[in-house]
Design a protein around this ligand. Structure first.
Ligand code: B12
Ligand code: SF4
Length: 572
């Protein structure tokens, strides 16, 4: 039996938004379990940028792969794509079983069955166990969906399917208690997004996690299982990971054990994590840094205590300020998620958020207008109060901004709230970066230098360098490179300084700083190449050739060597 798992596309074309192009982790887990059970399974990511026409790419995949089962992972933003592809599949392969899973169908069963006649089955919630049982049942009837399927499926919990004119719900499926029983998706696939746990004990009213995964029973992979996942992916060439547990440091001992394993294995990887400000401490942070963590994102949401209560996250501002200081002190980027346009938002509460931002001094920040999805407490309450019905999702919208249901807010006002927050952040970011106070810990010195030089490069050559909301990015970068080198010799800091001098047409100081770097890192091709180019700019071709020659095995170096040769032959 052939199974095709599909990541459909969001409604709005978002050319530059990498988040909208990533295959949901769940599809890797699902496909891996099926492959392990002996079924033929493949994943089709229609959201990846190389797919210019998702409909034809899907039709082509149906022709070549000839699936008996198509499973779509569906979020609210991808629902129209999923439903339209399901219709195409029904026309092209009438006997194929069409299944939806993920957060949108889990909470909008009636909507999907009425809006999409092509849909056969919804898998609610966690998918692996239910889907495997379903596929085994289908395989027993040779993959054909027929009148008898209800009998086959009615004992598999976690499903909803059509039964004549009604819908048959088989009741909630038990959660997988031991996540380590799941086969490693990395055995079959290569990807960067991972999670060690499922669920969160939090009760934030805007978040889909509590109702989807449950709050009482947070489940974890063991550090051994999770380390193995990272090790395998690193072996396949992945050097940076996004660890997207709802609260990565919820179980401190587990994270410490994982970090010890990563440090011991010395995989030369980096990673980002997401956590809560009330689940951090300096020792844990230092371990995470040494294990490769370079950025931690925290859901700060707002500076207003009143709004915090409404959002179900009443963590005192002082706790957030401490976590941000400690994260930066350990040499990692503290990144803040803020939400605006919440129930009760006013210019005063936005000012409270700006005041908190100024104390946090984040080095990265994302500002979201509050949107609500089915499966969040805010949405369910709004439904109860008659402010919204699921009918709204028949409109061509990706999400539902809260202000549309709130008589006290309007679009212009909410947009201004967002602009004010963003302005406060970008106006002060260079200052935040220069203000970082690093922990006085010798064992962290080389990590501090790495952190500051990485941050410096973001200002001199990365995202912040071309952002016209940021003043004096080069001056900020220069200060950061200098501070990095005061901590520890660091290739990137020498290179960054050299490149900054070149950018400002100052080859002589560039050569001097690159020479300092080469005294520490004589084998660095990047430093040598940069120095060679400076020498060539000064018409010192013989010296440039001598400097570059030991690295002639690299194609880019060979190019510059050839240019030197031409000049030397033309002017002997
Ligand atoms: C990490 C994360 C991301 C990462 C994705 C990393 C990755 N590779 O998965 C990034 C940052 C890229 C991302 C992007 C987006 N995300 Co997101 N994300 C999450 C988060 C925090 C965790 C998801 C996760 O990894 N879960 C663990 C895996 C194992 O679960 P899973 O993928 O859901 O799959 C399981 C089940 O859902 C089910 N299942 C899923 N698909 C299918 C398909 C079939 C056939 C079957 C049988 C079962 C099944 O079985 C799977 C295995 O158990 C969730 C919140 C949460 N805690 O769940 C939000 C969440 C899923 N994201 C959300 C949103 C809105 C988005 C974006 C649209 C944001 C944006 N504006 O760009 C984008 C685009 C996503 C899309 N394709 O539409 C919403 C979706 C709400 C909704 N109802 O639509 C959530 C629920 C957060 C919220 N606001 O409440 N996200
Ligand atoms: S926002 Fe974060 S802390 Fe709150 S419930 Fe969701 S995952 Fe948990």
């Amino acid at each position: 039996m052939k199974l095709l798992f599909v990541n459909p596309v969001c409604l709005d074309p978002r050319v530059t938004d990498a988040d909208a192009t990533v295959v949901p982790q769940g599809l890797y887990y699902l496909a891996a379990q099926m492959l392990d059970a002996g079924f033929e399974a493949a994943i089709l990511n229609l959201a990846q940028p190389s797919v210019t026409d998702p409909d034809s790419a899907f039709a082509e995949a149906l022709d070549t792969f000839q699936p008996d089962f198509i499973g779509f992972s569906v979020t609210n933003p991808t629902r129209f794509s999923a439903m339209s592809l399901a219709r195409t599949a029904r026309q092209m392969r009438p006997q194929t079983v069409i299944v939806f899973g993920g957060p949108a169908p889990t909470f909008m069963v009636d909507y999907f069955f009425s809006a999409c006649q092509a849909l056969d089955i919804i898998v609610k919630g966690e998918g692996e166990q239910t889907c495997l049982a379903l596929v085994h049942a289908l395989a027993g009837q040779h993959g054909r969906k027929d009148q008898k399927n209800g009998q086959n499926f009615s004992r598999i919990p976690g499903l909803v399917f059509r039964d004549g004119n009604t819908l048959k719900h088989t009741g909630p499926a038990p959660l997988i208690q031991d996540l380590d029983r799941l086969v490693h998706p990395s055995r079959y696939f290569t990807y960067q997004h991972l999670a060690m746990s499922r669920g969160c004990p939090g009760a934030c009213t805007f978040c889909g996690s509590p109702l989807f995964w449950g709050t009482r029973n947070v489940r974890f992979h063991s550090p051994e299982w999770f380390f193995e996942e990272i090790r395998t992916l690193a072996g396949k060439g992945i050097s940076h990971f996004y660890i997207s547990d709802d609260t990565f440091t919820m179980d401190r001992d587990r994270v410490m054990a994982l970090c010890r394993k990563l440090i011991h294995a010395d995989l030369t990887i980096t990673w980002h994590a997401i956590s809560r400000v009330d689940r951090m401490d300096p020792h844990l942070l230092a371990m995470m840094r040494k294990a490769g963590c370079i950025q931690i994102s925290y859901g700060v949401e707002t500076g207003s205590d009143t709004i915090k209560k409404r959002l179900g996250k009443p963590i005192p501002n002082a706790v957030a300020v401490q976590a941000f200081q400690q994260t930066a002190a350990a040499g990692m980027i503290p990144r803040a998620y803020f939400i605006y346009g919440s129930p009760g938002e006013t210019p005063d509460t936005i000012q409270e958020s700006i005041d908190l931002l100024m104390q946090l001094q984040p080095l990265g920040a994302v500002f979201y207008m509050l949107v609500v999805f089915p499966g969040t407490r805010l949405y369910e309450q709004a439904k109860k109060n008659g402010r919204v019905t699921d009918e709204v999702w028949h409109q061509k919208i990706e999400d539902l901004p809260w202000f549309e249901m709130d008589g006290h807010l309007d679009f212009d006002q909410v947009r201004q709230f967002g602009n004010a927050l963003r302005k406060a952040f970008y106006d002060h970011l260079p200052q935040f970066a220069k203000n970082v106070k690093l922990a006085d810990d010798l064992s962290l010195d080389r990590f501090h230098a790495d952190f500051l030089s990485r941050l410096g490069m973001t200002f001199s050559h990365g995202d912040y360098s071309t952002d016209d909301r940021i003043t004096d990015p080069d001056g900020t970068a220069k200060a950061l490179f200098e501070k990095a080198l005061a901590c520890h010799p660091d290739i990137r800091a020498f290179l960054g300084q050299g490149m900054l001098f070149i950018k400002h047409r100052q080859p002589d100081p560039a050569i001097a700083v690159l020479d300092q770097g080469l005294a520490y890192f004589p084998g660095s091709k990047d430093l040598v190449l940069c120095k060679g180019i400076c020498l060539m700019n000064r018409h010192r071709f013989a010296e440039a050739r001598a400097c570059l020659s030991p690295f002639e095995q690299h194609a880019d170096v060979r190019h510059y060597l050839a240019v030197c040769q031409q000049h030397l032959e033309a002017h002997p």
